[in-house]
Ligand binder design. Structure first.
Ligand SMILES: Nc1nc2c(ncn2[C@@H]2O[C@H](COP(=O)(O)OP(=O)(O)OP(=O)(O)O)[C@@H](O)[C@H]2O)c(=O)[nH]1
Ligand SMILES: [Mg+2]
Length: 330
């Protein structure tokens, strides 16, 4: 047996032997690969792990082709938008989910705890935003379904352990990996460009978690220096809650939505539950969201808000502003 196998590796190997399903086997192999010491003596073993991973993936693909397989990577969208948290193992995604929402994911101090995506709803002012915790990205072994899921999200939160000195490399690794699937993680400050067919530019915020740990502040400063022109960078400590209020605010703002409230003629506005629409939506988009019949039957509408004289009549192409109250007449 090669020397220097760590207890973590041996535990993962034991998990592999005990695994019953392909999914469990793959997770254990991923963990074995992550924990195996990288030196000459383990070369054959590492190649063997990779071989087993690709064999199992092939098997999984074949099984997928045969029947309609339920995919746990399909998370139905809810709320004002879907934010998928991505990042390397143990960075604190699950802890963040547990603090931002009422979800109760498994959290542990060893890597690869999370095996399947899990959603939760984050409240922000009078709206909710869906946050999705995911299994760790593991570079060349990252599950293709994870990338596919991120491609259809509304936004990505890249979570890193800020105390890790390899932070900048990790960020580049993640971006390189997603770019191979033509998913470009871009900051809110860069120009989003979807012009090439099949290419997605995904608004992304960088979350420098574990900011409480030694060295994390300095690393975050370096991050700031390299990336702040392009990305918003939020420093958080998921344990104490530091930075989480700023994170909530940033996630909602980055989704770039507007809240619009309905009002029945002669009644006060219903301020309890807004309709949430993409910024740039017009009165007709709003009418369609309220009820499809309105699209045909709407005669005119009045609006109250920052942009216009209170109660002024607005046209069908009127672009809604956040906080507008709209009264529709049919
Ligand atoms: N000091 C410190 N520890 C944290 C912070 N956030 C999470 N942790 C700890 O880091 C460990 C990993 O946290 P998780 O939330 O399970 O991390 P994850 O990214 O979901 O990890 P995997 O699912 O295993 O890939 C746990 O022991 C957490 O208690 C933080 O801000 N500061
Ligand atoms: Mg987790």
């Amino acid at each position: 047996m090669p020397a220097n196998l760590t207890p973590d590796y041996l535990a993962a190997e034991a998990r592999f032997r005990a695994a019953n399903t392909t999914e469990e086997k793959l997770a254990a192999l991923d963990e074995m690969y992550a924990t195996i010491p990288k030196h000459k003596g383990t070369e054959k073993l590492r190649a063997d792990i990779k071989r087993r991973v690709s064999k199992l993936r092939d098997k999984e693909k074949q099984a997928g082709k045969k029947g309609k397989r339920f995919s746990e990577f399909h998370i139905e969208k809810q709320g004002a938008g879907q934010v998928v948290l991505l990042g390397p193992a143990n960075a604190g995604r699950s802890t963040l989910l547990s603090k931002l929402t009422s979800a109760e994911p498994e959290i542990a101090d060893y890597p690869f705890t999370t095996r399947a995506p899990q959603p939760g709803m984050m409240e922000f002012e009078d709206v909710t935003v869906q946050i999705v915790d995911t299994p760790a990205m593991f570079y060349e072994h990252t599950d293709g379904e994870l990338i596919s899921m991120a491609r259809i999200a509304d936004m990505v939160g890249l979570v890193f352990d800020a105390s890790d000195d390899g932070l900048l490399d990790q960020i580049e690794d993640v971006r390189e990996l997603t770019a191979k699937s033509r998913l470009f993680l871009v900051g809110a400050k860069s120009d989003l460009d979807d012009s090439k067919a099949g290419t997605i530019s995904m608004p992304t915020v960088l979350i420098a978690n574990k900011i409480d740990l030694p060295g994390a502040g300095d690393n975050a400063d370096v991050l700031q220096e390299f990336y702040s022109d392009e990305f918003d960078i939020i420093r958080t400590c998921a344990l104490t809650g530091e930075g989480l209020e700023e994170l909530r605010r940033n996630l909602y703002a980055s989704l770039d939505m507007v809240r619009v409230y309905t009002k029945m003629p002669g009644k006060p506005a219903d301020m309890s539950r807004p309709f949430v629409l993409k910024r740039g939506s017009t009165l007709m988009d709003f009418a369609a969201a309220v009820h499809k019949d309105f699209v045909k039957s709407l005669r005119f509408a009045r609006a109250w808000g920052k942009n216009h004289i209170d109660g002024a009549q607005i046209g069908r192409d009127y672009v809604l502003a956040d906080g507008d109250v709209v009264e529709m007449h049919d």
